[in-house]
Write a protein that binds this ligand. Structure first.
Ligand SMILES: [Zn+2]
Length: 236
């Protein structure tokens, strides 16, 4: 799960903080800050939905419904799976959040598998990571009693994995800068940043390019060798 940085509330051309009349007014600003990707499954988005971290159904005050700090972007699957779950100010710490935590530290990615929880986490962190996967149904794969055939997140993640592996082979054959640029173009249009980061885990240059190229990736979550580090202010 890509750690992202939403940044400060956008300002208008006069430098005044924008007060959103409708939460939908924030959509284009969010896309500009976070890129066209689901904040949970990392799929590329063609019709990004504004995702309320604390959902509207929780009876939010109108202020929080339009609060920039309560927004992420999500795909239909993640959005609808999370939709009615009771996330609120009292249980936010039961989950890892892409805009607050270094979520790459919680999960590892493997070919043909749903995101896996890192064994290096302590028991509490593993439970939080599991809660986070269940929140958006990312813990479901074929064979899971609640798996829906319409849910193509696993399939699309696997497609990205295949592309990343082929890209790595091509880079080994043609280790030139323009090949690296081409791979980044493919990665940003395919999405699933964590998959690309994993396949290129031994290539610091490519990983740095991936961090830079995917709009909104939190650069402070990585050391100079692109290894994930504790996020300031986060729980991981
Ligand atoms: Zn998603």
């Amino acid at each position: 799960m890509r750690p992202v940085e939403r940044g400060a509330i956008p300002c208008d051309k006069n430098g005044n903080v924008i007060i959103f009349k409708e939460y939908g007014d924030a959509r284009n600003y969010l896309i500009g800050r976070l890129g066209d990707y689901c904040s949970y499954c990392e799929a590329p988005l063609f019709t990004p939905a504004i995702e309320h971290v604390q959902p509207k159904k929780e009876g939010l005050s109108p202020e929080l419904e339009k609060d920039w700090c309560n927004f992420l972007l999500a795909c239909t699957y993640c959005n609808s799976n999370k939709g009615d779950k009771p996330v609120n100010i009292n249980n936010l710490n039961d989950y890892f959040w892409a805009d607050r935590d270094n979520t790459l530290r919680a999960f590892r990615y493997e070919k043909d598998r749903i995101p896996q929880i890192k064994q290096s986490l302590n028991a509490t962190q593993q439970q939080i990571a599991q809660n986070s996967l269940e929140l958006t149904g990312l813990s479901r794969e074929r064979g899971h009693p609640k798996f829906s055939k319409k849910d193509r997140r696993c399939e699309k993640r696997n497609e990205a994995w295949g592309k990343a592996e082929r890209a790595k082979l091509n880079l080994n054959r043609q280790p030139v800068d323009c090949m690296r640029e081409q791979i980044i173009d493919t990665a940003t249009s395919t999405g699933f940043w964590s998959v690309w980061m994993t396949v290129f885990q031994d290539d610091t240059d490519m990983r740095q390019r991936l961090i830079n190229a995917f709009q909104g990736t939190c650069t402070q979550c990585f050391d100079n060798n692109t290894q994930p580090i504790q996020r300031m202010g986060g729980n991981i």
